[in-house]
Write a protein that binds this ligand. Structure first.
Ligand SMILES: [Ca+2]
Length: 208
């Protein structure tokens, strides 16, 4: 009985979030929102998905901090951290060698760090993660901001290949952040319109 009621509450909550998203989309399409609000909603939507191609070999899977695989890879082009980017190696100016990961049986490292446009940094999407077998723990790639990369714990991702490496991911926390964002609730603290300090710090880092 209790589980049926709980299920109804979950379904009703999900329905309200979707309704908020639909209403927000209508307002956005009708041009009834500020440019900053619109930019944040679009960025929140892009945060949900990871689709990149690059170089590497092996296979790796990660569900939040849990991971497994034998893999070495680097991104070259794609959508990650809410931005579409092209690496230096592919003629772009944004991603550098910090968009890489390494998984072995006993040791693993992963990094995503972009100073290209400043948005990845400013929105707190860059990170470094270190781990052993099964578990990998993230931290911010720089100490300039204290915001933790909580989104790392809700990412579901697979990557693999031989020479050409593909990375596909979806982030359930970012999905929730996207829906709540229409109500101006920023659970992942990545709305730049609400955090002008992040913009300033990104620019300082950029200029430096
Ligand atoms: Ca957000």
């Amino acid at each position: 009985m209790k589980s049926a009621r709980r299920r109804k509450v979950v379904v009703a909550s999900a329905g309200l979030l979707v309704l908020a998203g639909v209403i927000g989309c209508c307002l956005l399409l009708a041009g009834c929102v500020s440019p900053a609000y619109k930019k944040d909603r679009i960025a929140d939507f892009r945060d949900i998905f990871t689709v990149t191609a690059g170089y590497g070999a092996g296979v790796r899977a990660r569900v939040g901090p849990l991971h497994a695989g034998l893999h070495l890879g680097a991104d070259a082009v794609g959508l990650r951290g809410g931005e579409w980017n092209v690496s230096n190696a592919m003629g772009g100016e944004d991603w550098d060698i910090w968009a890489w990961d390494f998984d072995a049986l006993l040791f693993s490292k992963e990094g995503f760090h972009d100073w290209g446009s400043g948005d990845v940094f400013g929105r707190g999407k860059e990170f470094r993660a270190t781990g052993g077998p099964l578990v990998i723990v993230p931290r911010r790639a720089t100490d300039a901001q204290c915001v933790k990369p909580y989104y790392y714990y809700t990412q579901v991702e697979v990557s693999g290949g031989l020479l050409v490496n593909l990375r596909l991911g979806v982030n359930l926390g970012e999905l929730l952040d996207f829906f709540l964002g229409w109500l101006r609730v920023d659970i992942l603290n990545d709305d730049r319109a609400e955090h002008p300090l992040q913009t300033t710090e990104a620019n300082i880092r950029h200029d430096g």
